[in-house]
Design a protein around this ligand. Sequence first.
Ligand SMILES: [Zn+2]
Length: 142
Amino acid sequence: MDNGISSGAPHCCNCGQLFKRNPRLGDRPQRYCENDACQKARRAAWHQQRYATSVPFREAVKKRVRIGRRAQGAANEDDEPAGESGPEPAPVILQLQAQLQEMGLLFTGMASHNTGIVDGVALAICLERYAERGRRLQQKQA
Ligand SMILES: [Zn+2]
């Protein structure tokens, strides 16, 4: 599979550093170095990809999130839409969702344009790195 990264000495998708392949992976592709942050990014990208492509996985994640919210206490219950089989979201919510999706497309396109990456997973990581950078900047300002 060609993901734009030449075999031989690969560059990490996350930090961009050259890294040595883990021999235990055999022929399987390896796109991340062994750094904790990069492994974390790899898992995040896997999660994101899986979430986007697998309905059962997505449902399981949503369920976990709901359970997590409930565990946080009933105080937040007012913020939640009315349950699993509740009514359709309000038009304003649908509009916001559409706008968010549009923004996501915008960012994805920008990231792809700026980096030359066309691989979906690598792009997802790239976007996560942008978000990470944004969070760091925000923390500095606070
Ligand atoms: Zn790395």
